[in-house]
Design a protein around this ligand. Structure first.
Ligand code: OKP
Ligand code: ZN
Length: 342
């Protein structure tokens, strides 16, 4: 399986997040990729491939121009105000306020975000662009005949909406890839999001469209971030009705309950008969994940990969979350191995 990655993710480092009322070092850190590279390298799941540059046009097909302009200039504007530390949003609009993009950088940070989990540093925008190129290169490989590919994106993307960053995510790599498959001739694409957290951004981007089926298996938003999307009754709207499926599970879910949801999601994907499948792969469902509350164990990821392989679809795996750095490598490698061996 071709593994696409770039050292440019390293630019997004030294940042912080607001967690339980405290500013703490970010859980979403560069070591995550180092551990994944080491594990997939040791198990020879490669080869490794560099991303090719695709420019911003494919990103702008799913993201708002004003939002991308903001991302590409935020650090410059933050530091022009004399700040030499990471940029973190802390103001948001309440219902009843106006959706205006202020001139002020603090106003912009609030306007274009939904939480204080998205911290911008000097190298963030370059890392984010590299991530989109990684996902798009994966699409190219599959469109050119590869049965599968692994886009080792960092930072993750599935929480990012068309015009909003949040939950460590800036550009929605999986959504950019899905749109690219369509633009390269696919009629239908399915996204299967197995990250512990609901992929609110991906859901939102395709919510009113029938050409992308979005299935999410995740912690119940009644208990867990992102709280305000990801409920079971969200089924899509307008022409997209019936093309979004959520499988919220309670804290403590193990592979018995989780695997049943995966089975149900796989049935939906198979019935949809997409031309390509994108797996938003978060391994924060792992029992020792520091910010999550599911109980999957490392061998479960082999089963997960094998079930997805049974779909028999061209499959692009896009990296999302997973914060137990000591186990992230084995869990990702197990998923890929399950996918390869079927
Ligand atoms: C990103 B991905 C609660 C903090 C929640 C957001 C988690 C983002 C996870 N105090 N932080 O889906 O793995
Ligand atoms: Zn997650």
């Amino acid at each position: 399986m071709q593994i696409i990655h770039s050292p440019r993710h390293l630019g997004h480092s030294g940042h912080v997040e607001l967690m339980n009322g405290r500013v703490v070092p970010a859980f979403e850190k560069p070591e995550r990729v180092a551990m994944i590279l080491r594990a997939v390298g040791e198990r020879q799941l490669g080869p490794f491939v560099d991303p090719t540059a695709h420019g911003l046009d494919p990103v702008l097909k799913v993201h708002d121009e004003a939002f991308i302009r903001f991302l590409s200039t935020a650090w410059q504007q933050w530091t022009a105000d004399g700040r030499d530390f990471p940029a973190l949003p802390s103001f948001w609009k309440a219902p009843g306020m106006r959706a205006i993009e202020p001139d002020n950088i603090d106003g912009k940070l609030g306007h274009f975000s939904f939480d204080a989990g998205c911290c911008i540093v000097a190298g963030t925008w370059d890392a984010v662009q590299a991530g989109a190129d990684i996902a798009l290169t994966g699409v190219d490989l599959i469109a050119d005949g590869q049965p599968n590919a692994f886009a080792l994106c960092r930072p993750p993307g599935h929480h990012a909406h068309a015009g909003t960053m949040g939950g460590y995510c800036f550009v929605n790599n999986a959504a950019v890839a899905a749109q690219s498959f369509l633009d390269r001739g696919a009629a239908r694409v399915a996204v299967l999001d197995v990250d512990y957290h609901h992929g609110n951004g991906t859901q939102s981007i395709f919510y009113d469209r029938p050409d992308v089926l979005v299935c999410n298996i995740h912690a119940d938003p009644m208990q867990e971030f992102p709280y305000f999307l990801g409920y079971a009754d969200e089924a899509g709207q307008g022409p997209g009705e019936g093309f979004n499926a959520n499988f919220p599970l309670p804290w403590g879910a193990d592979f018995e309950g989780w695997g049943a949801a995966l089975e149900a999601a796989c049935v939906l994907v198979a019935d949809y008969a997409p031309d390509a499948l994108i797996v938003s792969l978060g391994v924060d469902t792992y029992k020792d994940d520091p910010i999550s509350q599911f109980r999957l164990d490392s061998p479960d990821y082999l089963k997960m990969g094998a079930r997805i392989a049974k779909l028999g679809l061209p499959t692009l795996v896009v990296m999302e979350g997973g914060y137990a750095v000591e186990a992230i490598g084995i869990n990702v490698a197990n998923t890929l191995e399950g996918l390869l061996q079927g």
